[in-house]
Design a protein around this ligand. Structure first.
Ligand SMILES: Cc1ncc(COP(=O)(O)O)c(C=O)c1O
Length: 476
């Protein structure tokens, strides 16, 4: 086993609190040799035949049994109908972990970690915000403070902010909440082909129960064509739902113009702002956006937090019924500590926005210079003009994106791709398809954030040219 694999084993063991024994090493070494010889990992019965370890015993040694063995060794998981391409084999001496997946999710900011710890360890922060006792009022105040902070970032009233368990729930509430206002006659909803799954799947379901849905295509740059939007309205259009920023290609849509078009036709406009919130200024009330949704884990707040701005002229039919919390549209006792963190994280994102935008733009440009100097036959997907500075979505000609993601993962670099063999899926992304992406190009999303530095980019480019060369030669 090379140094890199050994480092990975020790790191994974530390992270999963696994105390490594001789049995672990015996299994891992056998599995690695088996993989090198056969290009697939050994199954349980082979480990039993060759080493005498039963499945139960292996499952008791490793946190996720065989899956841990594969992931610790960097063995890709394949299904018979979706075989993975071989991964690149690189010898890395200066191993470091580089996180280039901030559009996927973020870590907690150091300050937010402290807030969370302090909040949870303080006495008296456990009240139910709906309760009229002193403890309840303290809890209510904490939530109200977060609500007010988020309202300030949107320049709206705290009465127009509703907390949910995240972006997915917020999108469901917005879409179904409007749709269910028209349950009897149903109606028509306009959206786009590049929306997040939480919008597209909800729309698909609404369609299955009788609503009409138009999904607009996008320009090769990934933008919504406004003339097509105008032409899509029908007499029975009840909602337009267009994302502010696309999660895969980082392209920023002209939401003010879209809002204007909707306003002229008196149709509510909902925008999924999960990727935009905290990264570009959003003024929904001023711009005429009826509903804007956001997510906490994209802005260094805990996962399972998020919410919506709902203009006070808009009524939503609740999708979760109960005690009537959160403007009466989202029942359930609030996730107090996480909402407090969400408020603080939102404030920090907005106070840092200008500085971070400038810093990330420089890093992005530095990345592009390195690309130009070291890699041939690639393309950047999506508009470079209307785009978040933290996102580069790159197509590499002749490279399998799943193999690239896992090869990068092996050397400590975390990215995302339209397809990942380990996820058992090699379908190409619906966003890349919508912009007319060429299937010969494997797509990788690099997304930067608070902790990204030029050193991270240097580390990537120390290995990327060799990695791409190997993957291309394995994919003639
Ligand atoms: C554009 C967009 N909308 C919605 C979501 C869903 O948010 P959450 O993960 O908080 O449910 C995401 C998360 O990836 C996203 O990128």
């Amino acid at each position: 086993m090379n140094n890199l694999v050994n480092t990975m084993i020790f790191q994974m063991a530390r992270r999963t609190h696994t105390v490594l024994t001789e049995e672990h090493h015996e299994i891992l070494e056998f599995a690695y040799e088996y993989y090198c010889k056969n290009r697939v990992g050994p199954l349980y019965h082979i480990l039993y035949q060759k080493l005498g370890f039963s499945q139960d015993h292996i499952d008791s040694l490793f946190p996720y049994g065989l899956f841990s063995i594969y992931s610790w060794l960097g063995i890709n998981i394949q299904t018979p109908n979706q075989p993975c391409k071989p991964l690149a084999e690189l010898d890395v001496k200066n191993y470091r972990e580089v996180y280039f997946d901030h559009n996927g999710t973020t870590y907690l900011r150091d300050h937010i970690k402290k807030v969370l710890e302090q909040f949870n360890s303080a006495d008296g922060n456990y009240g139910n915000p709906s309760c009229s006792t002193t403890l309840g009022k303290i809890a209510y105040e904490h939530i109200f403070q977060a609500r007010r902070t988020i309202a300030e970032t949107f320049k709206v009233s705290p009465r127009e902010i509703c907390f949910t368990s995240g972006g997915t729930e917020a999108n469901n509430l917005a879409l179904k909440g409007i749709a269910f206002n028209h349950l009897k006659k149903k109606g028509h909803i306009i959206s786009s082909r590049i929306e997040h799954a939480s919008v597209l799947s909800t729309l698909k379901w609404l369609e299955s129960i009788g609503y009409e849905v138009t999904l607009l295509g996008v320009t090769p740059d990934g933008m919504i064509p406004l003339n097509e939007l105008k032409a899509a309205f029908r007499k029975n259009t009840i909602l337009v739902s267009i994302m502010a920023v696309n999660n895969e290609i980082g392209v920023i849509n002209p939401i003010q113009k879209i809002a204007e078009i909707c306003k002229e036709r008196a149709v509510p406009f909902m925008s999924d702002c999960a990727q935009a919130y905290g990264k570009i200024p959003l003024r929904p009330k001023i711009d005429g956006i009826s509903i804007a949704t956001f997510s906490g884990h994209k802005i260094y707040a805990p996962k399972g937090t998020g919410g919506l701005f709902i203009d006070d002229s808009i009524q939503l039919t609740p999708i979760i019924h109960g005690g009537g919390q959160e403007l009466g549209v989202r029942s359930g006792t609030e996730n107090l500590a996480s909402i407090v963190c969400l408020g603080k994280a939102a404030k920090l994102m907005h106070s840092d926005m200008r500085r971070e935008t400038a810093r990330l733009t420089k890093l992005r440009d530095y990345f592009l210079i390195k690309m130009e100097q070291t890699i041939t036959s690639y393309r950047v997907n999506g508009s470079m003009k209307n785009r978040l500075p933290n996102n580069l979505n790159i197509g590499f000609k002749g490279v399998d994106s799943g193999a690239m993601l896992l090869s990068l993962n092996r050397i400590g670099i975390y990215v995302s791709s339209g397809s990942a063999c380990s996820a058992g899926s090699s379908e190409s992304s619906h966003v890349i398809e919508a912009i007319g992406g060429n299937k010969d190009y494997g797509t990788i999303r690099f997304s930067f954030g608070l902790k990204t530095s030029a050193k991270d980019i240097d580390y990537l480019f120390e290995y990327l040219p060799k990695l791409v060369k190997q993957l291309r030669s394995d994919n003639p």
